[in-house]
Write a protein that binds this ligand. Structure first.
Ligand SMILES: [Fe+2]
Ligand SMILES: [Fe+2]
Length: 344
C-alpha cells in the first residue's frame, strides 16, 4: 500500500479546497432541474411521503429539500400523531394544495385549506390534522440538509421517543423552544465590565430568540398575498423577516406571470426550489430549456441564470422556497439582476 508523506497528505488536503469551487460548478450543471408531477403522483400512490428534491437522491442542493405528502382523511383520532406531534431544529415551510384541516403549533390552532402556507417556528411541537373527507395533498420544504451538515439537527417525534434528546428530561424541557432549555441568565452575570456584559448577552441570546419565535407569524392565507411589480415581475413576499416572520434560513415568494409574458432573469448564491402552483410555462436555466406544468417542481442550482415564461393561457403562479436568509446570515448573499420582466 502506498504510504504518503505528511507533505503529500497535507498538500492534497489544501488542494481539495482550492479545487472545490471549480468542481462544484460541474456538479451544479449535473443537477436535475425538473421533476414532473405525473411521476411524483405515481410514487405517492405507493407511499404517502415522497422526497423530490433531496441531496440523498442526487440533488446538489446543500441547504434545503422538498417533499410531497398526503395526509389521509378522518378525524384527529385517525392521525398518526396524537398530542405532541414532533419538533425539529430545522426551519420548515408547508404549502397545502388539496383538502382542509388544521395544525397545532406550539399549542396554537391554525386552520388551513388549499393555497395556505405555514412557516413552522424552529423547535416548536407541531402536528397536522386532516379535517375533511378527502386526502390532504401538500408539499413541505425544510433546512434539514443544512442543520444536519452543521451537526445540529434534532428531530424529536412522539412516535419515536427512544430517539428523544431533550424531551425526556421532563415537562419543562418539553415546553421550551430552545434545544436543551434556556438555563439561567442570572448565573452568567458577574462583575461590572464590558466583557462580562457581552458574555451575559451571549447566554441570554437563546431566550431572546425563543420569544421572537413565539411572536413570529405562522400562517399565510392565500387571499392575503399582496402582489407588487418588481424587476423579476409580479411578486408577493410570503415568508420574510421584513413582514413579521422570525425566519433565519427559509424564505418564500410567490411569482405571477400573465399569459405570453416572461419574468426577469437573475442568478443568486442561494438554493431555490419552485413549486408550480398554477398554469404552465417554460424555464431557461443557463443554456437549457425545460417545459413545466402545474404541480411540477423545479430545483434551481446555485448561481445559474434563470428566467420563466408563461406559455399557457392561464396566469402562471410559482411558489419559490429559498435559503436566501441562511445565506444572508452567513454573509454569502449575492443576487445579480439581468433582463427585466416584460409586463411590469
Ligand atoms: Fe415538522
Ligand atoms: Fe431565483
Amino acid at each position: 500500500m502506498e504510504v504518503k508523506s505528511i507533505k503529500e497528505t497535507h498538500t492534497e488536503l489544501m488542494m481539495q479546497s482550492v479545487k472545490f469551487a471549480k468542481d462544484e460548478q460541474g456538479r451544479r450543471k449535473g443537477q436535475a432541474i425538473l421533476f414532473k408531477w405525473p411521476e411524483i403522483e405515481k410514487q405517492l400512490g405507493e407511499h404517502k411521503h415522497i422526497y423530490v428534491v433531496d441531496a440523498r437522491l442526487g440533488s446538489n442542493n446543500h441547504t434545503h429539500r422538498l417533499w410531497y405528502d398526503v395526509i389521509p382523511p378522518h378525524s384527529e383520532e385517525g392521525q398518526e400523531w396524537k398530542s405532541l406531534g414532533h419538533r425539529h431544529t430545522v426551519e420548515a415551510i408547508i404549502y397545502f394544495l388539496k383538502g382542509k384541516g388544521h395544525s397545532i403549533i406550539d399549542g396554537v390552532r391554525y386552520d388551513w385549506g388549499p393555497g395556505d402556507l405555514l412557516s413552522v417556528p424552529m423547535f416548536s411541537w407541531h402536528r397536522h390534522v386532516n379535517d375533511g373527507d378527502e386526502p390532504v395533498l401538500r408539499i413541505a420544504s425544510t433546512t434539514g440538509p443544512l442543520s444536519l451538515a452543521l451537526g445540529q439537527a434534532v428531530y424529536e417525534d412522539e412516535r419515536y421517543p427512544e430517539f428523544w434528546i431533550y424531551a425526556q428530561e421532563g415537562e419543562d424541557a418539553r415546553k421550551t423552544l430552545i434545544p436543551g432549555g434556556g438555563g439561567s441568565v442570572e448565573a452568567a452575570k458577574i462583575g461590572n465590565n464590558r466583557a462580562a456584559e457581552m458574555y451575559a448577552e451571549q447566554v441570554a441570546f437563546a431566550m431572546h430568540e425563543e420569544q421572537l419565535r413565539r411572536k413570529s407569524k405562522v400562517l399565510v392565507k392565500q387571499k392575503d398575498l399582496v402582489f407588487e411589480p418588481t424587476a423579476m415581475g409580479s411578486l408577493a413576499y410570503v415568508v420574510d423577516p421584513r413582514i413579521g416572520f422570525h425566519a433565519k434560513a427559509l424564505g418564500v415568494v410567490m411569482a405571477e406571470i400573465p399569459p405570453g409574458k416572461r419574468s426577469g432573469a437573475h442568478r443568486h448564491l442561494y438554493d431555490e426550489i419552485n413549486l408550480v402552483v398554477g398554469g404552465q410555462g417554460k424555464i431557461i436555466v443557463e443554456d437549457k430549456e425545460y417545459n413545466f406544468d402545474t404541480l411540477d417542481v423545479l430545483s434551481i442550482p446555485v448561481f445559474q441564470w434563470h428566467q420563466y415564461f408563461n406559455t399557457g393561457t392561464e396566469p402562471l403562479r410559482i411558489l419559490g422556497i429559498n435559503t436566501r436568509l441562511a445565506m444572508d446570515n452567513l454573509g454569502l448573499s449575492l443576487t445579480h439582476q439581468g433582463e427585466h420582466a416584460d409586463y411590469v
